[in-house]
Design a protein around this ligand. Structure first.
Ligand code: PHE
Length: 340
């Protein structure tokens, strides 16, 4: 009988150990303590034992087993209850550690960085920053810049025209609207709204009907420079370009002017910079402001003279960072953008 008690106790405790939910434990507990449970059955058989001493011993053994089973039930209940509580706490936990580290911060695009550095260099040289609209009139973009209707140089600009909604711009070619093909119309706008002396730079977005490739984009950026003062000569232009080159690129760089042609400057030049390696790179155009342009800007060419220059900002960024393809800068691929 003692063996039966032991095996009933072991079976009960094993079944409890295997339980994995509180429901299961509760069901087992009900079974193990019911009248039909093996241990209850053994207890029911006690009366049949005639020897008093033996009945007492067996009775004690049964009570001990019942006690063990009760303890095992309680222990298991507590164990599973703890697990349930822990799971609940874990599920309800609020994550307040979202910004444990510095939040990621973006930074200015590589072209914006070049734009701002260029502004800084010219502001340091005493210039002011001027602006003009991206949708420009034919007059500001061409006519006033000494490129009248039919001027062959117009063809080089691959102009994108804009269909005007405003009645004012519908009729007559001089008012025709377009996306500015260069920042030079800002020269005209600045002259018309300011008295000389004028020392301005005008960075901005420009547009040309070009198919994107490694060195061309239909939308790109230029920075225009305009100086109008008394007694301004080509020497001031060359000196300014040289001072800018050293300030922007570094002491190891120099510049040169090469004769060229633009309708709005006379004489005109291209300017190149020489890298410490000795290589020359073409940077932009410049020249002495044409008297017709001064007149279009309401300035007397007999009294005032000036120079202008213009060059591509995107190209500066590309050169500075050794970027192989202009298009890379506009794909918005973070792996590219984050490098600068
Ligand atoms: N606007 C010219 C261009 O886009 C550059 C330039 C500006 C040349 C000012 C001379 C003077 O090519």
């Amino acid at each position: 009988m003692i063996n039966d008690i032991n095996s009933a106790q072991v079976a009960a405790i094993d079944s409890l150990a295997a339980a994995s939910t509180l429901d299961e434990v509760n069901r087992l507990a009900a079974d193990l303590t019911s009248k039909k449970s093996p241990i209850s059955q053994l207890k029911a058989g006690l009366g049949a034992i005639t020897d008093a001493e033996e009945r007492k011993q067996i009775g004690q053994a049964i009570n001990a087993a019942v006690g063990q089973i009760a303890t095992a039930i309680e222990t298991k209940r507590q164990e599973l209850g703890d697990a349930v509580r822990q799971a609940k706490v874990a599920a309800e936990r609020l994550d307040l550690t979202e910004f444990l580290t510095e939040p990621t911060r973006g930074h200015a695009h590589v072209v914006t960085q070049a734009w701002e550095r260029l502004e800084d260099v010219f502001i340091g040289m005493g210039y002011q920053v001027a602006e003009g609209p991206e949708v420009e009139t034919d007059w500001h973009n061409f006519e006033a810049l000494n490129m009248g209707e039919g001027h062959p140089a117009r063809g080089e600009f691959d102009t994108l025209f804009v269909e005007a909604v405003d009645e004012q711009y519908r009729s007559g070619d001089p008012g025709r609207l377009l996306l500015r093909t260069h920042t030079s119309p800002v020269q005209i706008r600045t002259m018309l709204t300011n008295e000389p002396p004028i020392y301005v730079v005008a960075p901005g977005r420009v547009f040309r009907r070009d198919t994107p490739d490694a060195t061309h984009m239909p939308v790109f950026h230029q920075i225009e420079g305009l100086v109008i003062d008394e007694g301004i000569t080509m020497a001031h232009l060359a000196g300014t370009i040289e001072a800018f080159t050293k300030a922007f690129f570094g002491e190891g760089f120099t510049s040169r002017l090469r004769p060229s042609y633009f309708p709005f400057t006379e004489p005109s030049a291209e300017f190149d910079i020489q890298l410490p390696s000795g290589d020359w790179l073409e940077l932009g155009g410049c020249g002495m402001v044409h008297p017709n342009v001064l007149r279009a800007g309401g300035i007397d060419p007999e009294r005032w003279s000036g120079f202008a220059f213009g060059f591509g900002i995107d190209r500066m960024a590309v050169m500075r960072h050794g970027i192989a393809d202009l298009r890379e800068m506009y794909t918005n691929d973070l792996r590219f953008i984050e490098q600068f």
